[in-house]
Write a protein that binds this ligand. Structure first.
Ligand code: F0G
Length: 401
C-alpha cells in the first residue's frame, strides 16, 4: 500500500506525511490486491461497519485503531417516496446514523487511526461543521490535541456544540471555509498539525466504505445511480473509489453512475461539468442555507469530476428552496430527518427526474450525509409555527380538523 499522485503518478510511501504531490496533484492510496487475501464471504461473517473491510483499509496494526463504531448505517428502501416521485426503486443510505451524526466519522476513524500509527500528537482541520465535530470526537479518544477552524456565524448550532464539548480548540475566523482551509494548510505545511481535511487521502479511504456497504447490502448488485451532496468534493470521489475497487476485486460486475449535487450558490463543479471541463472556476463568495456545502473552491474537484465523467454520471445544482422542500418531504414521507446539505441529494433526484436525466426505472441510492439535529434552526424555520391552544375543547377541535 502506498500513496500515488493522480496527475503524474509519482508515488510516496504510506508513512510519508505529504498532502499533495510535488507537481501539486492530489494523492490517492493504492493497494496491491494480488497480495491481499479477501473474499466476500469473509466480510459477511463480520460486524457491519467500516472495519469489516480491514484488509482494504490503510492501517496495518489493528491495535492502533481509534473507533466509535462507525459505518454500518441503514440503507432504507423508501416506498412512500417511490410512490410520490413515481420511481421504481429508491434507497436512502443514512449517514446521519454515524456516532457524531455524519459520514465524516468513516473518514476520521481511518484518518485518526493513521495519525495514531504515525504517533501524531496534534491534529487539525478547517470545517463547515461536521468535519470538526467528528475530528474533535476521534482525537479526544486518541488523546490528541485538536484545532478546528470554522467560518464565523456560518456553522450550524449542533455541530458547533459538538466541537466544543469534545474539547477541541475551536477558532472562528472572519472568512469562509475556503479561507479557513488555506490557513490550516499553512500550519500543516510547517508540520504544526496533522491535517485531517479530505485532502488527506487516508481519510478518504474510510469514506470509500459507503460504496462497499451499498454493494454488500444490495447483495453485490450495485444500483444504477448513486446521488451525493458535494461540497469539498471528497466524498463522491471516495465512494466512487470504493465501487471501483470492488469491481477490480471481482465482487461486483457493474458500476453506478455517480451523480453530484451542489447548492445553487456554490456550484463550481456543476459549472465545470456542464462545460465538459475538468478544471473549476472557484466561487469567491459561496452562499447557501446548506452551510455544510457552502464551499467555493473544492479541494477535491479534480477527483470528483473524474468520478462523474468516468462513471457516466451527472452534476446538477439545486436552490435553497428545493433543498428545504426535499428535507421536509423526506422527513414527512419516510421519517428520515437530515440536515439541509443532505437533503440536496433528494432535491437533486427530483430535479433530474423532472429534467429527464434520470429514468424512473433506475435503481437509485441517495446518500444523506448528516443528521437533521445538526441544524435545528434550519428545521424550525422550514416549518409552520407550533400550535397554541387555550382549552381542551380547542385541542379536540384540532384533532377533527
Ligand atoms: N454533506 C454534509 C452534511 C457535509 O458536512 C459535507 C461536508 C458534505 C455533504 C460534502 O462532502 O466535502 O466530501 O463533498 N462537510 C465538510 C465539513 C466540508 O467541514 O464538515 P464533501
Amino acid at each position: 500500500m502506498y500513496q500515488r499522485c493522480i496527475e503524474c503518478g509519482k508515488t510516496y510511501e504510506d508513512d510519508e506525511i505529504v498532502y499533495r504531490c510535488e507537481c501539486n496533484g492530489l494523492l490517492e492510496i493504492v493497494y496491491d490486491f494480488d497480495k491481499i487475501e479477501v473474499d466476500k464471504e469473509k466480510f459477511k461473517n463480520r460486524v457491519f461497519s467500516v472495519w469489516r473491510y480491514f484488509e482494504l483499509l490503510p492501517i496495518k496494526n489493528r491495535e492502533k485503531i481509534i473507533s466509535l463504531k462507525e459505518g454500518g448505517t441503514p440503507l432504507y428502501r423508501c416506498r412512500n417516496l417511490e410512490e410520490e416521485l413515481g420511481v421504481k426503486e429508491l434507497y436512502v443510505k443514512n449517514e446521519g446514523a454515524n456516532p457524531t451524526g455524519s459520514f465524516k466519522d468513516r473518514g476520521m476513524t481511518v484518518g485518526v487511526s493513521k495519525a495514531n500509527e504515525l504517533n501524531i500528537k496534534v491534529v487539525g482541520c478547517a470545517s463547515t461543521g461536521n468535519t470538526s465535530a467528528s475530528l474533535a470526537a476521534y482525537s479526544a479518544r486518541a488523546k490528541m490535541k485538536c484545532l478546528v477552524l470554522l467560518p464565523k456565524g456560518k456553522v450550524a448550532l449542533g455541530k458547533l456544540a459538538q466541537a466544543m464539548i469534545y474539547g477541541a480548540k475551536v477558532v472562528e475566523i472572519d472568512g469562509n471555509f475556503d479561507k479557513a482551509l488555506e490557513m490550516v494548510n499553512e500550519l500543516a505545511k510547517e508540520g504544526l498539525i496533522y491535517l485531517l481535511n479530505s485532502i488527506n487521502p487516508f481519510r478518504l479511504e474510510g469514506q470509500k466504505t459507503i460504496g462497499y456497504e451499498i454493494a454488500d447490502e444490495l447483495n453485490w448488485e450495485v444500483p444504477d445511480r448513486v446521488i451525493v451532496p458535494v461540497g469539498n468534493a471528497g466524498n463522491i470521489s471516495a465512494i466512487w473509489k470504493g465501487f471501483k475497487e470492488f469491481y477490480e476485486l471481482g465482487f461486483i460486475n457493474e458500476l453506478p453512475k455517480m451523480t453530484g449535487i451542489q447548492a445553487e450558490g456554490a456550484k463550481p463543479i456543476v459549472e465545470a461539468f456542464k462545460k465538459g471541463k475538468r478544471e473549476i472556476e472557484p466561487y469567491e463568495n459561496p452562499e447557501t442555507i446548506a452551510t455544510a456545502i457552502r464551499i467555493g473552491k473544492p479541494v477535491n474537484a479534480k477527483k470528483a469530476l473524474n468520478a462523474i465523467y468516468e462513471s457516466n454520471g451527472y452534476a446538477e445544482s439545486v436552490s435553497d428552496e428545493e433543498i428545504i422542500k426535499a428535507q421536509k418531504l423526506l422527513a414527512r414521507k419516510e421519517g428520515i430527518f437530515v440536515e439541509p446539505a443532505s437533503a440536496s441529494s433528494i432535491a437533486g433526484l427530483i430535479k433530474l427526474l423532472d429534467e429527464g436525466v434520470i429514468d424512473r426505472s433506475e435503481r437509485i441510492v441517495c446518500i444523506t450525509t448528516g443528521h437533521g439535529l445538526k441544524d435545528p434552526d434550519a428545521a424550525i424555520r422550514a416549518c409552520e409555527e407550533t400550535i397554541k391552544v387555550k382549552s381542551l375543547d380547542e385541542l379536540k377541535k384540532l384533532l377533527s380538523s
